[in-house]
Write a new protein. Sequence first.
Length: 223
Amino acid sequence: MKPQRQGSKKVNDFLKLICIAALVSGAAILFTACENNIEQIKAFVSTENLPLVQAENFETVFTDSGQVRFFLKAPRLERYEAEGKPYVEFPDGLELIKYDASKNIISRIKARYARQYLQEKKWEAKNDVVAVNAAGDTLKTELLIWDENSERIYSDKFVRIIRPDQIINGIGFESDQALQNWRIKNITGTIYVTMQTSGDQSSGQSNADTAISKKNNPVIIKE
């Protein structure tokens, strides 16, 4: 029997320790990498980032006591559930039409983007928002909020009201949800437009000349 060499045994033990350390380190690195990947996957597939409901070319009506009050149409609708606060998003915009009891259109709102907060009963329209009432007054702005509870429509952004005889610019806007009684909070300017008609009765021809005047401190506010 050959005697073992003490030096060879120490070398073998040292190599074993290196192998065990390498395996433990490799497992730790692999576990950490897997853990990070799992967290990334969870974040990627989180239900908060995915719509619960999707619809294309969506149309619906809102009724009150059996009567149609609103008509809504949108190219795309997506419903989300974010921390118990559901909301509906209209990423490609919408058109919302309000009717009176006789089914006459009394207001119309269009926007390139909108969101409906279901619990708060609040709508937010953004980007090229255009609203028209029954009198033909046209509102243009980049942000418009509709609060269903208070039945008010408002904005704190720049607004422009276009009427048959004037154009009013200002900051801040408030109205009822039919856009019939509105006011601009801070008017910055008004352009008055008047139509003057003149013609030659002998020839039976007439022409219309448009006169435009601008005042920096207008006092016209529709209440």
